[in-house]
Design a protein around this ligand. Structure first.
Ligand SMILES: [Zn+2]
Length: 258
């Protein structure tokens, strides 16, 4: 989960339109919030990802559902209230179900800073506040059947493989002196860092797993020492640091000191 900014409500949601949609819902019980004039701007607030787990919901086999942060059957007056609409994947929306956030609050990435509620430790997301703990259990962030958890393991392996490739290319450069090999090694690191950006799927966990990988520190040092660490990579790195989960101890101290 990453911090999101909601921005102002869409022009479409005038007071008159809100009242019209509420009346329509009261009589038809249809999904009056599933209109492009609402879902499109909502999608823009979350970079096309589920606000709760960062799974892509931009149409490539996974579609955005509109979750009502305060459950719609308990709060019919909030069914098209902009601040109550959360873009969600089907899995998170289903798991949240009829959960009553007034009784058991969960982290709302538009209002709360996720980094104050979760830490990462040993491939697990751990809640460190009552809201964080409730979110972890409600969405099952560490359950085997949850897409976000399965992806965590795959991301971990992919990052490790790509870092190994980057280090192999650097060794080829050392052996051959061929500058193209150095640039290939640099570009492979840049590619991995680009996957940590805020608009990438699972950016929080990708950033965390990258920054904690000893091969990353090794390769970054080598690229810096060769003088080919550029501003784009620096920006990527800063974004990865800000997107990453806090960790149990300050395991980032090494990478931050570089
Ligand atoms: Zn989700």
């Amino acid at each position: 989960m990453i911090k999101l900014e909601r921005g102002g409500k869409p022009d479409y949601l005038t007071d008159a339109k809100i009242q019209h949609l509420k009346n329509r819902y009261a009589t038809t019980k249809t999904s009056v919030w599933s209109r492009k004039s609402i879902t499109k701007p909502l999608m823009n607030t979350c970079f096309g990802k589920c606000a709760y787990c960062e799974k892509l919901v931009n149409g490539n086999g996974s579609y955005m559902e509109v979750d009502h942060y305060r459950y719609k059957d308990l709060h019919e007056d909030l069914i098209v209230e902009w601040s109550n609409l959360i873009p969600s994947c089907k899995q998170c929306n289903t798991k949240k179900g009829k959960h009553d956030v007034d009784i058991n609050p969960i982290v709302n990435p538009y209002d709360d800073n996720p980094n104050e509620h979760f830490i990462y430790h040993c491939l697990r997301i751990i809640g460190i506040t009552p809201k964080g703990e409730m979110s972890v259990e409600l969405f099952g962030y560490n359950l085997r059947d949850v897409d976000a958890r399965k992806s965590r393991l795959i991301i971990h392996e992919k990052i490790d493989e790509k870092l190994s490739d980057g280090l192999d290319l650097y060794r080829d450069y050392q052996l051959s002196g061929d500058p193209k090999k150095l640039l290939k090694s640099r570009n492979s690191l840049s590619g991995i860092l680009s996957a940590c950006q805020i608009n990438s799927e699972y950016s929080a966990i990708t950033s965390t797993l990258l920054l904690l990988n000893p091969q990353f520190i090794d390769l970054m040092n080598k690229i810096k020492n060769e003088g080919v660490w550029d501003d784009v990579m620096k920006n990527y790195f800063d974004m990865a640091l800000s997107s990453s989960f806090p960790v149990k101890r300050d395991e980032y101290s090494l990478v931050k000191s570089l």
